[in-house]
Ligand binder design. Structure first.
Ligand SMILES: *Cc1c(COP(=O)(O)O)cnc(C)c1O
Length: 359
């Protein structure tokens, strides 16, 4: 008798791990591309630099398409399938489109993605192209794209899979569950970039639900960070023409604005702005001192932590988690604009020894 092979797909995915906390029914297909269960990695360099008691990175760049979007997308797509949808649509600054396109491909569905023309980072566009989505590149920004996607999905029988879809938030809240499961308790602070504000909403939902279920005895202060040129929540008014190098948070009128400020206020946290220079410096420091290469938007969480420290917050007794939302490989063009330590040489050792002054 031969033993049945172990099918790894039965062991992973946020719907299998946390299904009892998700809006699933017997009809929901338990699909997965291996999302969730991402590493919580202790910092060495930045922890010291910022004087933090214990600093961890929640490495959401380790999700199958390289960003946290997969965690919510898998639930949104499964629920769309359950409701009979044959096609998906989203507006995107890049990562949502990559994620939606991947799950659509996995299920043989059509994906339509609406993106600001010429404003999508190279890696994200390459993924979306390869997964075979129909890319609608509009002459407008993300906020315009979301308006059009909402209108289109109201009118046509297509599932909208932006974070205005509550199943996206439900899936994304599982990241907070994982942090508590790994640490055994909620951290003191959660630092997170804020764009359309779905993710800060989802983490807060996750932390508060886990406390209600008795899995944690407290919740973190939610510290959200927007880019200075795209900081509507900080300024208290929409930004008509948002500008920042961090394309994933280049959003002027966040859909989850109200729930983001609720998360901030109920947790005793804050939402602040960090400049593009601070973002790029944090991105470089994380790579050079911790060995973690994230995309610019993700570095806003670490830029924000460094700013809190500069502003005099004592972090010595604290456990802090920074959410690292997406991979640095998503945006190679921005990375290559820093000065590379690169020397062009003939192919022999002597030339290398001369260049390095090794005698
Ligand atoms: C989508 C995204 C964000 C912003 O998340 P919101 O839920 O829109 O606030 C931040 N970083 C990366 C890498 C993203 O893809």
């Amino acid at each position: 008798m031969t033993a049945a092979p172990i099918a790894p797909s039965h062991l992973h995915g946020v719907m299998r791990r946390y299904g009892r906390y998700l809006p699933l029914t017997d009809q929901t297909p338990l699909i997965s591309l291996g999302e969730g269960t991402t590493p919580l990695v202790r910092s060495r360099g930045i922890e010291q630099r910022a004087g933090v008691g214990a600093l961890y990175y929640k490495l959401e760049m380790c999700n199958p398409t390289g960003s946290f979007k997969d965690r919510g997308m898998v639930v949104a797509v499964a629920k769309a399938v359950e409701s009979g949808a044959r096609a998906l649509m989203c507006a995107s600054t890049g990562n949502t489109s990559a994620s939606a396109a991947a799950y659509a491909a996995h299920l043989g569905m059509d994906a339509f993605v609406v993106v600001p023309d010429g404003k999508i980072a190279m890696g994200k566009l390459a993924q979306t192209v390869m997964y075979g989505a129909q890319i609608l590149a509009i002459d407008g920004n993300f906020d315009d794209a979301l308006r059009i996607a909402r209108e289109a999905t109201d009118k046509h029988n297509i599932a909208l899979v932006n974070s205005v879809n509550p199943h996206r938030i439900a899936g994304q809240k599982t990241a907070a569950f994982e942090i508590v499961d790994d640490l055994g308790e909620a951290p003191d602070l959660l630092c997170i970039p804020v764009g359309n504000a779905g993710n800060i909403t989802a983490y807060w939902k996750g932390f508060t639900e886990y406390a209600e279920y008795g899995r944690a005895t407290r919740h973190p202060k939610m510290m959200g960070f927007q880019a200075a040129g795209a900081a509507p929540i900080v300024q208290g008014t929409p930004v008509a023409d948002p500008k920042t190098v961090a394309s994933a948070i280049r959003i002027g009128n966040p859909a989850s604005w109200q729930s983001a400020t609720a998360a901030r206020d109920e947790s005793g946290g804050a939402i602040q702005a960090v400049t593009d220079d601070e973002i790029l410096e944090a991105q470089r420091l994380m790579a050079a001192e911790d060995g973690i290469f994230c995309e610019p938007a993700s570095a806003a969480s670490v830029a924000g932590l460094l700013k809190l420290r500069r502003d005099g917050l004592n972090l010595q007794e604290m456990t802090v988690v920074c959410v690292i939302t997406g991979s640095g490989l998503k945006d190679p063009d921005t990375a290559m604009q820093t000065t590379p330590r690169l020397i062009h040489l003939p192919a022999d050792l002597a030339a290398i020894e001369r260049a390095l002054k090794w005698g």
